[in-house]
Ligand binder design. Structure first.
Ligand code: NZQ
Ligand code: ZN
Length: 392
């Protein structure tokens, strides 16, 4: 196992009705004037926003509001938020929504206390500080409620890029599984796919002797395979929603990934799809991740056999391990299809003729990237091609 630090300072406040305590937790973490940041309609329609505002008012904490975050959040609203924070002396940002809202809040938090352009942090610069961010999570998916990451799209050129730093980890995250019951089945499934992808990015590693994280990864994956069909069949199944919500956090705080090399190419390759077509990140991953697996499995056939047998219950064929590895990948793609995810370019709304442009934007040039298998631009093009044609 490799050396590691694990720092996860977020206080997770989990369960029914916990959003009514948002004001108390803002007070606990020192917020004096809050920016409530939210998305399109869901938090308003459900009455969640009113409940959060009431909880701040109960604590006598003044706030300003900035809504309108779109899925695949854009830089233009981030600039607006930064200006608002500066003009109004905001000292605490409360994100009410999903990964997009939380990521936009994190970007504003960095930009508000930085003299330069916040985009510097999405171009490789490390932030030294940020305003404190907290979340009221409404979708189990990106894991941003526990992560130090943020992904923003720059409208000029539609570049989707990430920033990462422990200063972005939320002070607290309120997680009420009941809030996720209003999600359309498609969004629920996109979230489930993203959660599984966050585990697979860590599971496929060249580091050996990582039994504890292997087994933690498999626990999250098995939970998702069991619970996702239950919530698709019954959106109001609180217990299944609760298990999925916590799985989403566990998948991405990095507790399942410490001490091991990680890959992350599927995410990079997907981000070009959600940047170009504005598709949901999880839907893009459903198309890319099995294609990536088919391209790289020969690098460590036995690791793919481990996934196939332990997660998808495939029979191990010791005479022909490759067939077991491929059966596992097939089972993963069939699972994604069964929960309503697209499995190829057509179903996603992507176009084969865009592949050269996608590869170009991925921006590897002559370099290579990835922790499990180092891919070249040519390899990335091959993965897009496998994804374009994929069938069950
Ligand atoms: O805008 P509203 O009306 O709220 O609708 C949202 C949005 O349309 C809706 N929604 C959210 N909660 C709901 C709900 N609808 C009904 N009931 C609810 N309770 O769902 C839609 C998608 O929301 P979004 O926030 O975009 O979803 P998600 O959490 O999947 O976030 C996706 C973004 O996170 C990034 C992705 O790239 C993408 O931009 N990621 C962030 C990561 C991180 N910060 O650590 C890691 C991930 O790998 C990912 O890249
Ligand atoms: Zn993701």
């Amino acid at each position: 196992m490799n050396n590691f630090n694990f720092y996860s300072p977020t206080e997770f406040v989990f369960g029914k009705g916990r959003e009514n305590d948002a004001g108390k937790y803002v007070k606990k973490y020192g917020g004096k004037k809050v920016l409530i940041h939210f998305g399109g309609q869901s938090a308003q329609k459900s009455g969640l926003l009113d409940r959060v505002k009431a909880s701040l008012e109960n604590e006598g904490i003044p706030y300003k509001e900035l809504g309108g975050v779109k899925p695949n959040p854009r830089d233009s609203l981030v600039y607006k938020g930064i200006e608002l924070c500066r003009n109004e002396d905001i000292d605490f940002i409360l994100a009410v929504g999903g990964g997009s809202v939380i990521d936009s809040a994190k970007a504003i938090a960095m930009g508000a206390v930085y003299d330069g352009d916040f985009w510097d942090f999405y171009s490789g610069k490390q932030p030294e500080k940020a305003l404190p961010v907290a979340t009221v999570l409404t979708i189990a998916a990106a894991g941003s409620e526990g992560s130090g990451d943020s992904v923003i799209t720059k409208e000029d050129g539609m570049l989707k890029r990430g920033a990462g730093s422990d200063v972005l980890r939320p002070r607290f995250s309120i997680m009420d599984p009941e809030l996720t019951q209003t999600l359309p089945a498609y969004q629920t499934a996109c979230g489930a796919t993203d959660i599984m992808a966050h585990v697979f990015e860590r599971y496929f590693t060249n580091t050996t002797e990582v039994e504890i994280t292997d087994r933690l990864c498999e626990a999250v994956l098995l939970t998702m395979v069991k619970e996702t069909p239950r919530v698709i069949a019954d959106p109001n199944n609180y217990q299944a929603r609760a298990n999925i919500m916590w799985a989403g956090t566990v998948a991405h705080t990095n507790i399942v990934g410490v001490g091991r090399e990680q890959d992350w190419n599927s995410h990079g390759i997907e981000h070009e799809l959600s940047a170009l077509y504005d598709c949901a990140h999880g839907a893009g991953l459903a198309v890319i991740m099995p294609a990536w697996m088919e391209f790289v499995y020969k690098h460590n056939v036995m690791r793919f056999c481990q996934m196939a047998t332990r997660v998808f219950g495939c029979q191990m064929d010791f005479e022909n391990p490759e067939s077991t590895a491929l059966a596992g990948i097939k089972a993963f793609r069939s699972f994604l299809h069964s929960i309503g995810m697209p499995i190829n370019f057509d179903e996603l709304g992507a176009k084969r003729e865009d592949i050269p442009a996608l590869v170009e934007k991925f921006g590897l040039g002559d370099g290579r990237t990835g922790g499990f298998v180092h891919l070249s631009s040519e390899d990335v093009a091959k993965i897009y091609n496998i994804a374009a044609d994929a069938q069950l």
